[in-house]
Design a protein around this ligand. Structure first.
Ligand code: MSP
Length: 521
């Protein structure tokens, strides 16, 4: 079995998760579910980034003990991912003992390679980014991302000889396949050529930061939080602890991250791996950001959406569906309540749900609740198969909106076909005229609709696992659709004549507009 190892960014545990964090984990989940359906042995890693000055400071301001504070935040992330049906294989915490050991080993290896030296750093540091900034990065004296003034720092640090890896990094980044979208790859290539491109400070003295992993053999310093965090990708698959798992899954097939942290993943991380003689990941993909009603989320605006509250109101599938049907993954996207309601009601309630409902009702009334005999309409089947080809190409290219559109075209086709052929009229006439042929024709129309429904459900299962499984069940298939692969006979062959259906009523209730504190009007 071919393996597929994918990771998400690990979220800072300084606050509860928001819909932007959820967007990334959901995208990774869709990919993981898609790859499993494609027959791959998938390992899906996500987790939390728990060290560094931002977290130490947030806990201090809250009057809390840091370890206890992060435990509380991490529980919220785990709960959110559970309620959104994220199917990760491991949840890693950078405070895990197994991880701390790997980070120290990575530091040691870089030192043995002669790539670590002691120096002093004088400059600016943004705690929001956990990054060193230059004067020219500032807008009105503030960090452009976090809208706050960076701290002036003068410290003794250990440095990593990043500049030594400029040439190999150039060569690696020259391959179009390694960082996507391509615009972000070119951005990183430009950063390499920047006149300020220099070595990287990779530690902080304990006098300024305690909440971190100690530098091996020098307890007066802790390791820089990004060195710590990036290393999670190898800890996650057993580096040091479980050589067999590591050999099986590394290198990662995909590091899925947001556009703001591409530099760390495409310059620092590959350089660290080169220093440790570990193979480089196959792909870093930097997705766009989600805004809320067109605005960046912020505490000041009070527009931060809590994904758990959203699931409580609308269910996981509706949120999963909307985020990826309505936004292009490589670009910035938006969560707007009106669009959310419209799209979900139109696509899931009116489109998919209604198709299932009217097809099953007719079969139940007229064909003993069993799949009718006959042949699936050849044109409809051909259109569905063409849509499947488009779906797979889009999924493999992380174009989720296009993939969903392809699946939806099958639903539209079936709805249109029912409207054109009017099986209910054929049935009425057939019964009145005692015309077996008309009844058989109606049966073929309904059979076609059932087959198209099955195909659409299989394609949509990575996005809306609960709804897709309800369709699968009502069509009379046993087992969970999540465990079904694209090449399984039940998927490839026409739905068997005589299979008992299980009409259990509408699978999706139209969303109504509740008085809703979690989603700004
Ligand atoms: N801890 C670092 C990542 C370390 S990975 C070795 C970090 N954490 S974060 O909590 O700030 O962000 C986690 C992920 O969420 C990042 O990939 C980031 O780009 C993404 N997003 C944060 N806000 C987002 C949106 N509004 N929309 C989409 N993704 C967003 O960076």
């Amino acid at each position: 079995m071919e393996k597929y190892y994918l990771t998400t960014a690990i979220d800072y545990a300084n606050a509860a998760p928001h819909i932007g964090h959820a967007y990334e984990k959901l995208a990774a989940d869709i990919i993981a579910r898609y790859q499993r359906k494609s027959g791959r042995d998938v390992f899906f890693l996500t987790g939390t980034d728990e060290h560094g000055s931002k977290i130490e400071e947030t806990a201090r301001l809250a009057g809390r003990e840091t370890a206890e504070f992060v435990d509380e935040m991490v529980a919220k992330f785990e709960q959110a991912w559970k309620s959104l049906l994220i199917s990760n294989d491991r949840f890693i915490r950078t405070t895990d003992a197994s991880h701390q050991k790997v980070v120290q080993e990575v530091f040691r290896k870089m030192r043995e390679k002669g790539d670590i030296y002691k120096g002093s750093y004088e400059g600016l540091y943004c705690e929001g980014c956990e990054d060193y900034l230059r004067e020219r990065d500032l807008v009105d004296g503030m960090c452009a991302n976090h809208k706050r003034a960076p701290k002036k720092m003068k410290e003794e640090n250990y440095f990593f000889a990043l500049t030594k890896y400029k040439d190999p990094l150039r060569k690696w980044l020259a391959q179009e396949s390694v960082v996507r979208p391509d615009g972000r790859r070119r951005e990183v290539l430009n950063q390499l050529e920047d006149e300020d491109f220099g070595d990287l400070s990779v530690s902080r003295p304990v006098t300024s930061l305690k909440w971190g992993i100690p530098v091996p053999d020098d307890p007066e310093h802790v390791i820089y939080v990004w060195i710590d965090a990036l290393t999670n990708y190898i800890t996650g698959v057993g580096y040091l602890d479980d050589q067999e798992t590591f050999k099986k899954y590394w290198p990662a097939d995909l590091h899925l991250i947001g556009k703001d942290i591409v530099k760390f993943h495409s310059i620092y991380w590959p350089a660290m791996l080169m220093a440790c003689d570990i193979p480089l990941p196959k792909l870093v993909f930097g997705h766009g950001f989600i805004t809320v009603e067109g605005q960046k989320m912020s505490k000041t605006l009070g527009n931060i959406i809590d994904p758990i509250a959203l699931v409580d109101l609308y269910g996981a599938d509706a949120i999963r569906y909307f985020l990826f049907a309505a936004n292009s993954f490589d670009q910035d996207g938006d969560f707007s309540k009106a669009d959310f309601m419209n799209i979900v009601n139109s696509h899931l309630a009116n489109g998919l749900g209604n198709l299932l409902n009217r097809t099953l009702t007719q079969v139940q009334k007229n064909f003993g609740d069993k799949v009718p005999n006959g042949t699936v309409n050849a044109d409809c089947l051909k259109l569905a198969q063409e849509a499947e080809v488009r779906y797979h190409a889009s999924m493999q290219n992380f174009e989720f909106a296009k993939a969903i559109e392809a699946a939806r075209s099958i639903v539209d086709e079936a709805n249109k076909y029912l409207n054109d052929k009017q099986p209910w009229s054929l049935l009425k006439q057939g019964k009145q005229e005692n015309n077996e042929e008309k009844i058989a024709q109606a049966g073929e129309v309904l059979l076609t609709s059932l087959e198209l429904l099955k195909r659409a459900a299989v394609l949509l299962a990575p996005v809306i696992p609960t709804l897709a499984n309800k369709i699968w069940d009502q069509l009379g298939f046993d087992g969970d659709i999540t465990d079904v692969q694209f090449t399984d006979p039940a998927v490839v062959n026409i739905i068997p004549t005589g299979q008992a259906l299980r009409n259990k009523g509408p699978i999706f209730q139209r969303l109504e507009d509740p008085v809703d504190p979690a989603v700004p009007a």
